[in-house]
Write a protein that binds this ligand. Structure first.
Ligand SMILES: C[S@@+](CC[C@H](N)C(=O)[O-])C[C@H]1O[C@@H](n2cnc3c(N)ncnc32)[C@H](O)[C@@H]1O
Length: 266
């Protein structure tokens, strides 16, 4: 990182961490949650944002805008280190990312939303994670920082995004396995996982995710039950129970393969 990039990064990430702390996204008394604030400092978010993108602030009214590092560098930095979703692709790359008429097909999640999912995930040091929806690669980098790259596998359906994400992850020094494919199939080769962390909207949970999660493991996902609520939906945590045949004494626990433990409006 050149010296100005370092100054811009440290200045802005401090402010972002301050605003997330004030918003009480994280319980400061719980180190397993607090660790993610350190992650924001350790994983430079700007490595995962293209020079031209489109910022959508989460809470501030207004502020939706094209960001362009070449044209307005300081504004680009401000957006990347604010609580904004950053749209990085529209219509699978067919529409310019700066054209709001196109449908966003890849975006870097806003820090507040991403951290809430990470808190819901409740990771432990030994966990192995399958991420569905690599996108820019930022979340895969955060997970790889918290665990290790060996403990993270990420699946992305768009081959071009896979290539871009691999490049950004290499630059950030975090290189989990990134697989091109349909996340609905999971990645059985390296299963079982302690956590399936889904970052694309989900209407129905594929059985493959349940089968590839160890009993007691969790699936965390943005559940958007209908197209009409695609922008809203629920932050959902499912816990995979023991399949009936393995339940102690054949107990009834196997009647229900997953249990919904956490669910909050996004
Ligand atoms: C909100 S973005 C992901 C954000 C990402 N985790 C990050 O840190 O930038 C959602 C991503 O899910 C991908 N996606 C959508 N459907 C998918 C599927 N069936 N399998 C794998 N990836 C999928 C999209 O291409 C997009 O890149």
């Amino acid at each position: 990182m050149d010296v100005w990039a370092a100054v811009r990064f440290h200045d802005r990430v401090d402010r972002l961490v301050g605003s997330l702390t004030a918003a009480r996204v994280i319980d400061p008394g719980d180190w397993r949650q607090r660790v993610w604030l350190a992650g924001l400092r350790e994983v430079p978010r700007h490595f995962f944002v293209p020079a031209r993108a489109y910022a959508v602030p989460v809470s501030a009214a207004g502020g939706v805008r094209v960001i362009d590092r070449g044209e307005a560098a300081l504004d680009w930095w401000d957006a990347v280190y604010s609580d904004s979703t950053i749209v990085t692709q529209r219509d699978g790359g067919l529409t310019d990312v700066t054209d709001p008429a196109g449908v966003a097909t890849c975006s870097l999640s806003a820090p507040l939303v991403a951290l809430r999912f990470l808190v819901l995930a409740d990771l432990a040091d030994h966990h192995r994670v399958l991420e569905i929806g690599t996108g820019t690669g930022w979340m895969a980098a955060m997970l790889s920082w918290r665990l290790s790259a060996d403990q993270v596998v990420s699946v992305e359906v768009d081959k071009e995004l896979v290539e871009r994400a691999r490049g950004s992850l290499e630059r950030a020094g975090r290189e989990p396995l990134v697989v091109a494919g349909d996340g609905a199939d999971g990645h059985p080769e390296t299963s079982p996982y302690d956590l399936v962390h889904v970052t694309c909207s989900v209407q129905e949970v594929p059985m493959a995710w349940v089968e590839q999660t160890r009993p007691g493991g969790a699936i965390v996902l943005p559940w958007t039950p209908s197209q009409a609520t695609r922008s809203g939906g629920f932050q959902t945590r499912l816990v995979v129970l023991l399949p009936r045949q393995f339940a102690p004494g054949g107990a009834q626990v196997g009647d229900q393969l997953v249990e919904i433990l956490g669910r909050r409006q996004m």
